[in-house]
Design a protein around this ligand. Structure first.
Ligand SMILES: [Zn+2]
Length: 361
């Protein structure tokens, strides 16, 4: 069992000190390269003058998911808010070995985000997870871990959080995503392990791999700012989302036949049961079948590759708790065209040719 150790201080990193009111880049040694050199990641520690909670914002625990890396870099370079109280631990790249290979995985083909909290005598992945848990997670009271959809898919920004944990639930609500998907997260994930260790952590799932997308980055930064505002660390006002609903479950709708999809929905759309999601045709346009939404929900993810084989994922739909979808429908109707919600929907839709069923009459 884990032995109780003194919590490391956010102001002390080995021989480097970061006093209140100052900020500094420190290097954290995670492992060694194949040449035997230290493999280190930069950690940017930003401290307010007044005491307060410590919040970690991390990205690229899956090495190809770099939208969050762009968002964290922007926070470090632009300082888009004035940190009055507490501390920020900003980690643009957790999984250096994956990041350097543009890969989700480590060189040993393991998924680092299934290896937490790790152990000092385990596999490469397990040892990395152990150092991250010991050096980063234990220093922090809250965590915001930034992810994207897996390769060949995109996600409308959504927060995943354990809404049964009051501290996590409050952070998730404060983040200000329209959609929160409830759950503890997979076994071995950084967020599940961090929550267990007392660092209340949520993840943002937004956009695609291998990209820094403007509105996705803006969405992540707004979320961080909203969380810090609700924790009393900055004085900026909380910026509310267009609406907010919680989904207990989500499921992929899959292709039943091979073919070339013509999409009828885009990420962030609301669908009713039976609505057309895509028409599956031959490459010359001969219709094979249509793919419909099984029940009402919100399109939180889509494939970005229109050619499919039977079983391939087409559309990831979140199913909100009974009746709350009306809130989303009203939120869509009332949203200003220049709101972040609408701009994000517009941006993510540019990756698809979407014909609305109405257009086809
Ligand atoms: Zn991920």
């Amino acid at each position: 069992m884990t032995r109780k150790k003194a919590k490391p201080e956010v102001g002390r990193w080995g021989t480097v000190e970061v006093p209140p009111g100052e900020s500094r880049e420190v290097k954290l040694t995670l492992s060694e390269s194949y040449f035997g050199a230290d493999s280190r990641i930069p950690v940017y520690v930003w401290r307010g003058k007044e005491p307060g909670p410590t919040v970690m914002v991390s990205a690229a625990v899956h090495g190809d998911e770099i939208n969050g890396t762009g968002a964290i870099r922007q926070i470090i370079t632009d300082k888009p808010f004035d940190l009055r109280a507490g501390s920020l631990v900003l980690v643009p790249v957790i999984n250096r070995l994956g990041f350097e290979r543009h890969s989700r995985y480590l060189p040993d083909r393991r998924d680092l985000n299934r290896c937490f909290p790790g152990s000092s005598g385990g596999s490469l992945a397990s040892r990395l997870a152990h150092v991250i848990s010991r050096e980063l997670v234990t220093r922090c009271d809250y965590g915001i871990d930034l992810h994207t959809a897996a390769v060949r898919r995109t996600n409308f920004p959504n927060v995943r959080a354990d809404m049964d944990d009051p501290k996590v639930a409050a952070l998730a609500r404060a983040f200000g995503a329209e959609l929160i998907v409830h759950g503890k997260g997979p076994q071995g994930s950084l967020r599940r392990s961090a929550c267990k260790a007392g660092c209340a952590t949520l993840i943002l799932e937004a956009g695609e791999v291998w990209k820094v997308e403007p509105t996705v980055m803006e969405y992540a930064i707004r979320g961080v700012r909203n969380c810090l505002s609700s924790l009393g660390m900055i004085d900026d006002p909380h910026e509310p989302p267009a609406y907010q609903i919680i989904a207990d479950k989500s499921r992929w709708v899959r292709a039943s036949r091979g073919g070339f999809l013509q999409f009828h929905v885009a990420p962030g759309d609301i669908v009713d049961a039976g609505d057309l999601i895509a028409t599956n045709t031959s490459v010359t346009g001969r219709e094979y079948n249509v793919i419909k939404a099984p029940t009402a929900g919100i399109v939180l993810g889509m494939t970005t590759i229109p050619s499919v084989a039977p079983g391939d994922p087409v559309c990831h739909i979140a199913y909100p708790n009974g009746g709350t979808l009306d809130k989303a429908t009203r939120g869509h109707a009332d949203a200003h065209p220049q709101s972040l919600h609408e701009r994000t929907r517009d941006d993510l839709a540019t990756g698809f040719v979407v014909t609305r069923p109405d257009d086809e009459d």
